[in-house]
Design a protein around this ligand. Structure first.
Ligand SMILES: [Zn+2]
Length: 213
């Protein structure tokens, strides 16, 4: 199992922690990931990377709180999202951290604000991180997002060679990192990042519930 999130992962290198999980052997497309019982979403935590030592879990939570902050911030003026355009967008925030843990870029869902169907928080954060580093390969980087990524974002994460994904709330209807699909941990995929799901799940779910209320 890869346990050092700061270590660069060679392409086609070490397998993710769950690759040898026998429970995943029998999975067929459309089947829920095992361990769904008792979880908020059908995506289970089974097969996810082990949060490991306390230090890592705490770092993930600190990073997730930053992503939550981004989720509820108006991208237009940096103020709390309270105008009509910003409020129209589902509050999802993403942050990309470099191998050294430095914040590289942020993104908030801006689909309604910009009228762009691909303007999801993850895609915007990946684009900005790549722009900042001057390259599309984001090996060694960690993407933190408040909601389980969709198929498009999971695809973009894999294409960007992100090494670690940390997400908050499970998304049973569109989630592609364990709920409806498991794009990032599909054993046919060339690039499989380490995945940590359900980080600050309660807080993240509460922000989304408040939006849809
Ligand atoms: Zn998405």
């Amino acid at each position: 199992m890869r346990s050092d999130p700061s270590g660069a992962v060679p392409p086609g290198g070490a397998e993710p922690a769950d690759a040898t999980d026998p429970a995943l052997e029998t999975l067929r497309p459309g089947q829920p990931t095992p361990g769904a019982v008792g979880r908020v979403g059908p995506g289970a935590d089974e097969g996810l990377a082990d949060p490991g030592e306390v230090g890592r879990r705490q770092r993930h939570e600190v990073w997730m709180r930053r992503a939550l902050e981004v989720a509820v911030t108006d991208p237009a003026d940096g103020a709390p999202a309270d105008d009509v355009d910003a409020v129209a967008d589902i509050p999802v925030g993403a942050v990309v951290y470099g191998p050294d843990g430095a914040e590289l870029a942020i993104g908030r869902n801006e689909r309604e604000l910009t009228g762009d169907p691909t303007a999801h928080a993850e895609v915007l954060a990946l684009r900005r991180a790549a722009e900042r580093l001057g390259r599309w390969r984001l090996e060694g980087c960690t993407l933190v997002v408040t909601l389980e990524p969709c198929t498009m974002c999971a695809g973009a994460i894999a294409l960007a060679r992100i090494s670690t994904v940390v997400f908050g709330a499970w998304e049973p209807k569109t989630g592609a990192v364990g709920s409806l699909w498991d794009v990032l941990r599909d054993r046919r995929a060339i690039h499989r990042p380490e995945v940590y799901g359900g980080v600050l799940e309660t807080e993240n779910a509460a922000v989304l519930r408040a939006f849809f209320r």
